[in-house]
Design a protein around this ligand. Structure first.
Ligand code: PRP
Ligand code: URA
Length: 208
């Protein structure tokens, strides 16, 4: 599956503010949340609605409704937490799991330190949240963990993706659809995305 990029002038506008090194923690956090919400709308384009009959103040009508019990959001800690409120505003009754992952600063390999997901995770479509897809290592490990718990349908939502990381995830998990706000140019020698936005976790939580 080819990664899907949001193509919209307002997303580019929001990304320009997000990327700017002068943007402070409050605005950065708000933008991560807002773009997360738009990514969620895009990712839900293929959902099948259930047919229901409702009554408007005027008349009865047949329409479609989403069964929200079929979904779970799984942010990758820490930075993925920044997108959670945005996606939850779209599907408020989805369950939430957490995967703790950090990149070893020398090897750039992900280290998993936490895993807690809803008990019935294998029955749900899982939407993973992480603003940055760099080498793809964290995404691949998170997907591996979820598949080992029996999850069959997974989508991956990120704000910025590097072509190298997309390629790796697509090779290892061709069934996982990636949605991103922008595909950037390349990874630098420290495996940071160029032009990117810097360290997403630090900018969301103000830790640097
Ligand atoms: C960042 C980011 C991803 C990972 C991406 O997290 O949020 O999880 O790096 O890199 P990769 O594609 O090369 O694996 P980081 O390790 O900085 O942890 P943090 O969210 O706690 O800041
Ligand atoms: N993690 C980040 O937060 N930023 C990058 O550019 C790469 C990994």
């Amino acid at each position: 599956m080819k990664a899907i990029q949001l193509n919209h002038p307002l997303i580019e506008h929001k990304l320009s503010i997000l990327r700017d090194k002068r943007t402070g923690t409050k605005e950065f956090r708000e933008l991560i949340e807002e773009i997360g919400m738009f990514l969620c709308y895009e990712a839900m384009k293929d959902v099948e609605l259930e047919n229901v009959e409702i009554e408007t103040p005027i008349t009865k009508m047949k329409t479609g409704k989403l069964n929200e019990d079929k979904y779970a959001f799984v942010p990758i800690l820490r930075a993925g937490m920044g997108m959670l409120d945005g996606v939850i505003s779209v599907i408020p009754n989805a369950k939430i799991g957490h995967i703790g992952m950090y990149r070893n600063e020398e090897t750039f390999e992900p280290v998993n330190y936490f895993f807690k997901v809803p008990k019935d995770i294998e029955k749900r479509e899982v939407i993973i949240l992480d603003p940055m897809l760099a080498t793809g290592g964290s995404a691949i490990d998170a997907i591996d963990l979820l598949k080992s718990k029996g999850v069959k349908k997974i989508k991956f939502l990120c704000i910025i993706a590097a072509p190298e990381g997309i390629k790796k995830v697509e090779e290892k998990h061709p069934d996982v659809q990636i949605y991103c706000a922008h595909i950037d140019d390349y990874l630098n020698e420290n495996k940071y995305i160029v032009p990117g936005l810097g360290d997403a976790g630090d900018r969301i939580f103000g830790t640097k």
